[in-house]
Design a binder for this molecule. Structure first.
Ligand code: NAD
Ligand code: UD1
Length: 339
C-alpha cells in the first residue's frame, strides 16, 4: 500500500514525502513539474534511503492518474497539486480555476473508480478572507479576496459534498497558515521561481546577495510594531501534521477541517530580527507602502488539531530562521545547479 502525493515534488509535498517514508509508509508522486524539480525527490530518496516513484503528469489528466492507480496499490491520497501565487491568480483567474478545480475533480473521480477513499487536501488560511477576530477558528465564516483563495474554498465545498453523497469517503481539509523553513539537513527546501512573493524566501535571497533589500510592506498596521503579524509554521511541523491527518482519515468518515498553525503570531520586524540574531547576519530593509490586499494580523487557533489529530507544532521561530538560511546558504540557486 502506498500514499499518493499529487504535487508531491513541490515545497510542502517533498517534506511530507520524507516524513511519510521515515514513518515506514511508501509514497508515489504525481506532479506536472510546473513549479518543481525532480531533484527534490531525488534528495528525499537520498535522505531516506527509500524509492520515491515520480509520475510526471497532470492531475487533471485521467489517463495519467489511472496509470498511477493501476500500477500501485494506493490507499490514501494527499492532494497538494495546485497553483498558489495570489497575485498571479488575480491576473489569470481562468488558469487558476481550471488548474486547481480540474485537478480536484479529476482526482476524486479516479479515486472513486479505484475504490480509494481517504483524501487529505491542502487548503489555506486564505479562506478566512478578511476576518479580524483572532485567533481564527475552523467554525468562522469564510470568504476570499482572490481567485486562488476561491479555488481552495470551492475545492473544500466539492469535497464536503462528495463525502456527504458517498459515505465511503474520509476527507481531511488542512488549512495551512504560513509555512516556512526547510528540512534540517539543508538538502530540501523552498525553491521559488522568479522574485519571491513571500517574506521568508525574500529575506533569504536578500541575505545571500541575490536581492538588494527587503521591502517591509507597511509599518502603520494596528500591531505591536506596526508591521503585519502572521502565524509562521515550520514546514517539518506541517509535514508531520499530514501524517496525523492520514491517521485520522483512516478512522473517520465524512469531512473534517483543521487549522495547521502554531497559534502564535510574529510581526515582519520580529521575524527579521530573529533571522539576524539566529544566523549572525544583517537583513537590510526599507519600509514601503502596504501591499494591496494584505491584512494586519492572521494567526490560528490550533486547538482542534491538538485535540483530534494529537498534533502540535514543536519548532520555534529560531528553528524556522536557522533552517531556512541553512537551505539557502547550501543551495543559493535552489535545485538549479544541483549535483
Ligand atoms: P508548490 O508549488 O511547491 O507545490 C505544488 C506542486 O503542485 C508543484 O510541484 C507543482 O508542480 C504541482 N502542480 C501544480 N498544478 C498541478 C497539476 N495540475 N497537476 C500536477 N501537479 C501540479 O507549493 P507548496 O507550497 O508545496 O503548496 C502545496 C499546496 O499547499 C498547494 O495546493 C498550495 O496551494 C497549498 N498551500 C500552500 C501554502 C504555502 O504558503 N506554501 C499555504 C497554504 C496552502
Ligand atoms: C500569502 C498569501 C496567502 C498564502 C500565504 C502563505 C497573499 C495576499 N496571501 O500570505 O494566500 O496562504 O502567503 O504562503 O499573498 N511582507 C513584507 N515584504 C515582503 C513580503 C511580505 O513586508 O517582501 C509581509 C507581508 O505584508 C505580510 C508578511 O510579510 O505581513 C507575510 O507575507 P507573505 O509571506 O507574503 O504571506 P501572507 O501575506 O500571509
Amino acid at each position: 500500500m502506498a500514499v499518493l502525493l499529487t504535487g508531491g515534488a513541490g515545497y510542502i509535498g517533498s517534506h511530507t514525502a520524507l516524513c511519510i517514508l521515515n514513518a515506514g509508509q511508501d509514497v508515489v508522486v504525481l506532479d506536472n513539474l510546473s513549479n518543481a524539480s525532480p531533484e527534490a525527490l531525488r534528495r528525499v530518496s537520498e535522505l531516506t534511503g527509500k524509492d520515491v516513484p515520480l509520475f510526471v503528469g497532470d492531475c487533471a489528466d485521467k489517463d495519467a492518474l489511472n496509470r498511477v492507480f493501476d500500477q500501485y496499490k494506493i490507499d490514501q491520497v494527499i492532494h497538494f497539486a495546485g497553483l498558489k501565487a495570489v497575485g498571479e491568480s488575480v491576473a489569470q483567474p481562468l488558469r487558476y480555476y481550471r488548474n486547481n478545480l480540474d485537478a480536484t475533480l479529476t482526482l476524486c473521480e479516479v479515486m472513486q473508480a479505484h475504490q480509494c477513499f481517504d483524501l487529505v487536501f491542502s487548503s489555506s488560511a486564505t479562506v478566512y478572507g478578511t476576518i479580524q477576530e483572532m485567533p481564527l477558528r475552523e467554525t468562522f465564516p469564510l470568504g476570499c479576496t482572490n481567485p486562488y483563495g476561491w479555488t481552495k474554498f470551492m475545492s473544500e465545498q466539492i469535497l464536503r459534498d462528495l463525502s456527504h453523497a458517498d459515505e465511503r469517503f474520509h476527507v481531511v481539509l488542512l488549512r495551512y497558515f504560513n509555512p516556512v523553513g526547510a528540512h534540517e539537513s539543508g538538502r530540501i527546501g523552498e525553491d521559488p521561481s522568479g522574485i519571491p512573493n513571500n517574506l521568508m524566501p525574500f529575506i533569504c535571497q536578500v541575505v545571500s546577495g541575490r536581492r538588494k533589500e527587503l521591502s517591509v510592506f507597511g509599518n502603520d498596521y494596528p500591531t505591536r510594531d506596526g508591521t503585519g503579524v502572521r502565524d509562521y509554521i515550520h514546514v517539518m511541523d506541517l509535514a508531520e501534521g499530514h501524517l496525523a491527518a492520514l491517521a485520522y482519515a483512516r478512522e473517520h468518515a465524512g469531512t473534517e477541517v483543521f487549522n495547521l498553525g502554531t497559534g502564535v503570531g510574529y510581526s515582519v520586524l520580529e521575524l527579521v530580527h530573529a533571522f539576524e540574531e539566529v544566523n549572525g547576519v544583517r537583513v537590510p530593509y526599507r519600509v514601503t507602502p502596504r501591499r494591496p490586499g494584505d491584512i494586519a494580523t492572521c494567526y490560528a487557533d490550533p486547538a482542534k488539531a491538538t485535540n483530534l489529530l494529537h498534533w502540535e507544532a514543536k519548532r520555534s521561530l529560531a528553528d524556522m530562521c536557522r533552517d531556512a538560511w541553512n537551505w539557502q546558504k547550501n543551495n543559493p540557486n535552489g535545485y538549479h545547479e544541483a549535483q
